[in-house]
Design a protein around this ligand. Sequence first.
Ligand code: FES
Length: 163
Amino acid sequence: MSDSPAWKEDFPIAWTDDHFVTRREFTKSLVLVSCASFVANASVATLEAFQEAPKVVFPAVRVATAGELPVGGSRVFHYPGPNEVCLLVRIGSERYVAYSQKCTHLGCPVHYQAEVRKLYCPCHEGFFNVDDGRVLAGPPPRPLAQIRLEKRGEELWAIGKTG
Ligand code: FES
């Protein structure tokens, strides 16, 4: 019986031919691969951070003629697309505001309550400030999306959307 272990007889590979990888070499390659991966990810993140987000171009859509609504009146219109319902409110003789009618909680349509000067969502008693669309009460997590308006002569045009 020989002194060498049985596996050496089963796998008779000469020591010089063995491409033995030490734990240290393995650890080195792991560190190198990790560093390379980190550098690649950091490069991609940096490039994305400096890239400008694509600008959304909103159409200009005529929504009403000035004076068509009484002070305290409101009307629905669609902007920027035919499936997006918005609410135009005349809050003063020369002041109009417009918001997406979709509540930021679960999407129910909001309505204007002229007597309390608030936008109201009946689904869960949400209230929004009519001047800027911010949440006053209830579960909505964010202000209403605001529609930018422009007066062109006697006409009101929707020209953009924020939020
Ligand atoms: S959907 Fe408007 S408050 Fe819940």
